[in-house]
Design a protein around this ligand. Sequence first.
Ligand SMILES: NC(=O)c1ccc[n+]([C@@H]2O[C@H](COP(=O)([O-])OP(=O)(O)OC[C@H]3O[C@@H](n4cnc5c(N)ncnc54)[C@H](OP(=O)(O)O)[C@@H]3O)[C@@H](O)[C@H]2O)c1
Length: 274
Amino acid sequence: MKKTILITGASSGIGKASVKKFQAEGWNVIATMRSPENETELNELEDVLIAKLDVQDQQSIDKAVQAGLAQFGRIDVVLNNAGYGLLGTFESVAKDSIQRQYDVNVFGLFDVTRTVLPYFRKQKSGMFINISSVGGKITFPLTSLYHSTKFAVEGFSESVHYELAPLGIKVKIVEPGSVTTDFGGRSLDFQHDTNLDEYNDFVGPVMESFQALMDPAKSSPSELVAEVIYGAATDGSDQLRYRAGADAEQMLSARGAMSDEAFIDMMKQQLDIK
Ligand SMILES: NC(=O)c1ccc[n+]([C@@H]2O[C@H](COP(=O)([O-])OP(=O)(O)OC[C@H]3O[C@@H](n4cnc5c(N)ncnc54)[C@H](OP(=O)(O)O)[C@@H]3O)[C@@H](O)[C@H]2O)c1
């Protein structure tokens, strides 16, 4: 029987590449996004249902899940992909921006998961694939809020997998490294209040070093991440974590072999932090 995947954040990047990959492999796809009216490409694909879903809006989650079930009869996999990055000094960020970062990256993922869980429980099968990041395992400076959401995704996914496995429901975590998507542009929100001038000597040089370190040649295309996601969905294994990209493999292996102090020293050296 044809399988069905529901994907959040399917308007661009990893989400869109995943829609194309699963569709090309013969799956039904519920491609969800905040603004389906802007979509021009995915509507052309057979067995792809475009549905409106804002992870901050429970009603839209309910409607998209119902529309998907009505169209395809079942859901086999949910790809929790929607997310964005908040950067800057923690003290500068307004409380509502912190709330939004958590609403999208963490509570949105919880809400989509809780909406689909009753169906998975009844059908005694299903899989959640949660998009974390290398940044769910290691941290860079000036990214405390984003990292804390991805660490939350990692901890949540690993723990909840214990209680769901006996019900026939799998949980998988995909950890991309740097991926050439809109994430670094439209999905990154940098906030620093330069009036907090004690931070300025730190922020300027670190942001410059970041730019220098960002080598597009070392980034992976979103199609590569979609391949890893497809592998996670179909390999039949109980593997929990999947790294996506050569940089992810390299950074996470290096981190695993280092003490906290050695890692922090290396980070400071690379970013030229005193
Ligand atoms: N790019 C990287 O280097 C990288 C590395 C590691 C992990 N990741 C993770 O990969 C995931 C996808 O990011 P991407 O790189 O593919 O960036 P992207 O192209 O900017 O995609 C982000 C997606 O999230 C959606 N989104 C944002 N807020 C939403 C909301 N409230 N409800 C529903 N959808 C929402 C965006 O939709 P709109 O079009 O409506 O804005 C967009 O489709 C994210 O979870 C990100 O943290 C990315």
